[in-house]
Design a protein around this ligand. Structure first.
Ligand SMILES: *Cc1c(COP(=O)(O)O)cnc(C)c1O
Length: 454
C-alpha cells in the first residue's frame, strides 16, 4: 500500500474508530496493524509484512482465510438472494443448514434457532429455558447457574452468567443474580489432577442443585475448555457428571460451544469428548468457517413442544434479530461443513495436534512458563515471575502484552489473555507451519523472559 494512503487510513482510524476490548490509549503512540490481506494461516499488513494468524482471527477461522470453496459458495448465494427476513419467509440455505446441523450435533438436538453472534445465541438459550419452565408448570425455576471463570458473551444476559470479573465488574448493578459453581480447573487441585478437580467441582454442583434446583432453570458450561477465562482445559468426566446431575435434578444443561465447536478441540464438538447431549447447544464463531456472522441455538423437541400451541395461548418465543438466518452466512456455513467432511479435516487435526502438543514442550525450558497444556489446535501456558513460588507478574508489568509486541517482530500475531499465552490455530495449519510458529515463539520468549535455557 502507498505509504501516504496508509498514513491517511491510520489517522482516520485514530480519529473515528473505537475498537472492541481495546484501551484506545495504547494506540496514542503506536499504530494498530493495518491488515490488507488474509490468506491461509497468514495475515499481511499494509507494508507487506506477513504474520501467522495464531488466534484464528479471534477464534473464528477454521479452514484458513480465503478458502476458494467458501468464497464461491457466498458468491453463488449472493447472486440468488442476499438477505430475506426469516419470519413468514424461509430459504434453501437456512433450511439445509438446519438439517445438516441436526445431523452433525449430538443426538436429541433437533431444532435450530438462528441469530447472528455468540452472545445472542446464549441469550436465546437462557430465554428459551426460562420460558420453557414458565410454560411447563414450574414457574419457580427462574435462575441460572454458571461455572466460575466462564465467558459467555458481552450482552447483559450473557455477562450475568459469566464471571471474568476484571473486565465486567463495572456492570455489576445491571446484571441479574446467578449461582456460580467452582471451575473444574485442574490447577485448583494441589497436584494438578484433572479428575480430582472435576470430582470436587461436581460435588459443589450437587450441593447447589440439592438445595436450589427448584429455582434453577439451567446451568451453562463451556465444554472441555474455558476459553476467555484463561484457556482452562478440564476433564471430560466433569461434563458427564454435569449431564447426570442435570437429568437427576431437572435442570437444563446449556453447552456453550461458541468457541470450541467445529473441530478446534480435536473433536467436532466439545460435548463429543464426553459423549453427552446437552438440552441446548450454542454455536457461532467457527460456524461459517469464521467468514460471516451467524449463530444458532439448538435444542430438543421436548423444549420446542412446550412452545407449540394455538397462537392465542401466547406461548410463542418472541425473539428474533434483523439478520436472523442470513442466507449468505448460511451458505458459507453449509460449505464449511462440507469441507470438514470432504477434506477429512478432523483426521488432519488429529495428526497435527499430536505434533503441536509435542513441539510446545520446548517452552518448558523457560523458568517463567507454567501449566503448559494443549487440546486439539489449542495450546496455552501461563507466565510466572517465579513459577516455583507461584508468583505472578503485576498487572502493570503487562508481560503478555510485551510478548505480543515482540511477537509482531517475529511475524506472529500472538494475542495473549492477560499473562496466558496461547495458540488457537486454524484447523488447516500444517506440521511445518507449527514448527515455524513454535520456533518464532521460542525466540520471542528468549528475548522477553528473564532466564532461559535450552
Ligand atoms: C466468543 C464467545 C461468546 C460470544 O460470542 P460473540 O460472537 O463474541 O458475541 C460466547 N461464548 C463463548 C464461549 C465465547 O468464546
Amino acid at each position: 500500500m502507498d505509504p501516504k494512503e496508509k498514513e491517511r487510513l491510520l489517522q482516520a482510524d485514530r480519529r473515528y474508530v473505537w475498537h472492541p476490548f481495546t484501551q484506545m490509549k495504547d494506540y496514542a503512540e503506536r499504530d494498530p496493524i493495518l491488515i490488507e490481506k488474509a490468506e491461509g494461516v497468514y495475515l499481511f499488513d499494509a507494508d507487506g509484512n506477513r504474520y501467522y494468524d495464531t488466534n484464528s482471527s479471534w477464534w473464528v477461522n477454521v479452514h484458513g482465510h480465503a478458502h476458494p470453496r467458501i468464497r464461491e459458495a457466498i458468491e453463488k448465494q449472493l447472486r440468488q438472494a442476499d438477505h430475506v427476513m426469516f419470519a413468514g419467509l424461509t430459504h434453501r440455505p437456512g433450511i439445509e443448514l438446519a438439517e445438516r446441523l441436526v445431523q452433525v450435533t449430538p443426538q436429541g438436538l433437533d431444532k435450530v434457532f438462528y441469530s447472528d453472534n455468540g452472545s445472542t445465541s446464549v441469550e436465546v438459550a437462557l430465554k428459551m429455558s426460562f420460558q420453557y419452565w414458565q410454560q411447563s408448570g414450574r414457574a419457580g425455576k427462574t435462575k441460572f447457574a454458571f461455572v466460575e471463570n466462564s465467558y459467555h458473551g458481552d450482552t447483559i444476559g450473557a455477562v450475568s452468567v459469566g464471571s471474568v470479573d476484571q473486565y465486567f465488574s463495572v456492570f455489576r448493578p445491571l446484571l441479574f443474580a446467578a449461582f456460580g459453581v467452582p471451575s473444574p480447573d485442574p490447577r485448583n487441585d494441589p497436584n494438578g489432577d484433572a479428575e480430582t478437580s472435576a470430582a470436587a467441582a461436581l460435588e459443589a454442583v450437587r450441593a447447589l442443585f440439592a438445595a436450589s434446583a427448584d429455582q434453577i432453570a439451567a446451568i451453562i458450561v463451556e465444554p472441555m475448555l474455558q476459553a476467555a477465562g484463561g484457556m482452562i482445559m478440564y476433564a471430560a468426566s466433569y461434563l458427564q457428571g454435569l449431564r447426570q446431575l442435570c437429568s437427576e435434578y431437572d435442570v437444563h444443561l446449556i453447552a456453550d460451544e461458541v468457541a470450541v465447536g467445529f473441530g478446534r478441540t480435536g473433536r467436532m464438538f466439545g460435548c463429543n469428548h464426553a459423549g453427552i447431549s446437552p438440552d441446548f447447544m450454542c454455536l457461532s464463531k467457527g460456524l461459517t468457517a469464521g467468514v460471516l456472522p451467524l449463530s444458532v441455538t439448538m435444542t430438543t423437541a421436548a423444549v420446542f413442544d412446550a412452545f407449540y400451541d394455538d397462537y392465542a395461548k401466547l406461548k410463542t418465543f418472541t425473539h428474533g434479530h434483523s439478520f436472523t438466518g442470513n442466507p449468505l452466512s448460511a451458505a458459507a456455513a453449509l460449505e464449511s461443513l462440507q469441507i470438514l467432511e470432504d477434506e477429512r479435516v478432523l483426521e488432519h487435526v488429529e495428526e497435527v495436534s499430536a505434533h503441536l502438543s509435542e513441539r510446545v514442550l520446548r517452552f518448558q525450558a523457560f523458568q517463567g512458563v507454567a501449566h503448559l497444556r494443549t487440546l486439539g489446535m489449542v495450546a496455552a501456558f501461563d507466565l510466572y515471575k517465579d513459577a516455583a513460588l507461584g508468583a505472578r507478574y503485576a498487572l502493570e508489568d503487562r508481560m503478555g502484552f510485551h510478548i505480543y509486541l515482540e511477537g509482531l517482530n517475529e511475524g506472529l500475531f500472538l494475542r495473549p489473555l492477560g499473562d496466558t499465552i496461547y495458540y488457537w490455530l486454524p484447523l488447516c495449519t500444517t506440521k511445518a507451519q507449527i514448527d515455524d510458529i513454535v520456533e518464532r515463539t521460542f525466540r520471542v520468549l528468549r528475548r522477553v523472559l528473564p532466564s532461559a535455557g535450552e
